[in-house]
Design a protein around this ligand. Structure first.
Ligand code: CAA
Length: 281
């Protein structure tokens, strides 16, 4: 069924009407102000659009941005089948807000307490991992720069549609850090270890045409055609059966970690579920 794989709290998300008004439900545990976190959420039927919305800072992201993304993931209405992630203005995202590195480092875990640092980063990663939920297909619409944390956000989506001015860069090692916002696994799965090493350890910029060749973007379109291309893709994704979409996403994402035998068994299990539902109609 369409809700298979949905976490229980998302099914019963309170205050759905508030979501379109950009406020999280009043009883959201994080109580995060989305606009203050540089985010906008628009829910239109089966399609949720999450906009990184600090164009004057090239959609640089703060800790609140990632916590806000996680809160959105927990609160989406059950009927949402496609999530589009986009950036306002010239760039998808310039990555972490560099202002976080200045001053006294307030808000950062400094690594001295291993457990606290682990919890801190895990909390930020939650802003990314929900995009793999099989309940919906996630699409990144990337124009301009997708740097560091921004590149990783695009990588955490199921499908990337890039404008011809898109520029991807894994900048973290140049700043003395590693990419830690869930991006290393999809990067390696898409381009392989050798190319991932080359991209990360040179921190070079990958332009749209190369991104398409490497499989980092499924489609490249002219900049002024990005919104239309994403709208066409969303419309196409909504044409297939909702339950089959959920089951197929679940099946495909486990394929890289499965043996052939395990994957065949997973196919049989999912198909049994589909057949039960189809014959019950
Ligand atoms: N943090 C804070 N402010 C940023 C920013 C960032 N990451 N990126 C851009 N801005 C600000 C600029 O300071 C500038 O502000 P002012 O108007 O006050 O001068 C404004 O946004 C517009 O930026 P530019 O004029 O530079 O715009 P551009 O279109 O010419 O260039 C850009 C865009 C290539 C993204 C360039 O701004 C840039 O290189 N930004 C820094 C990118 C970066 O190093 N990000 C960190 C990556 S590492 C990471 O994300 C993960 C991690 O954990 C470390």
């Amino acid at each position: 069924d369409a809700d298979a794989g949905r976490r229980p709290e998302a099914v019963t998300a309170p205050g759905e009407a508030d979501l379109a008004g950009n406020d999280l439900p009043a009883d959201d545990p994080d109580g995060i102000d989305l606009a203050g976190a540089g985010l906008r959420l628009d829910v239109d039927g089966a399609v949720a659009t999450v906009t990184l919305d600090r164009p004057e800072r090239r959609n640089a992201m703060t800790f609140d941005t990632w916590r806000g993304l996680a809160a959105i993931g927990r609160s989406l209405p059950a009927g949402v089948r496609v999530v589009v992630l986009r950036g306002a203005g010239p760039s998808f995202s310039a990555g972490i807000d560099l202002a976080l590195f200045s001053g006294d480092g307030e808000g950062f875990a400094d690594g001295s307490d291993a457990e606290a640092t682990d919890r801190f980063i895990a909390g930020l990663q939650e802003g990314y991992t929900w995009l793999r939920d099989p309940a919906f297909v996630t699409v990144a619409a990337v124009q301009g720069h997708a740097i560091g944390a921004g590149f990783q956000l695009a990588l955490s989506c199921d499908i990337r549609v890039a404008a011809d001015d898109a520029r991807f860069c894994m900048k973290e090692p140049a700043l003395g850090l590693v990419p830690d916002l869930t991006g290393t696994k999809p990067l390696v799965e898409i381009v392989g270890v050798a190319r991932a090493l080359e991209l990360c350890l040179t921190a070079r910029t990958v332009r749209a045409d190369e991104a398409a060749r490497l499989g980092l973007a499924e489609t490249v379109v002219p900049r002024d055609g990005l919104d239309a291309a994403v709208a066409d893709l969303v419309a196409a994704l909504l044409t297939v059966d909702a339950g089959a979409a959920v089951a197929t996403k679940r099946l495909l994402w486990q394929a890289p970690g499965n043996t052939l035998e395990q994957q065949c068994a997973a196919e049989r299990r999912e198909q049994a579920g589909r057949l039960r539902e189809l014959f019950a109609r």
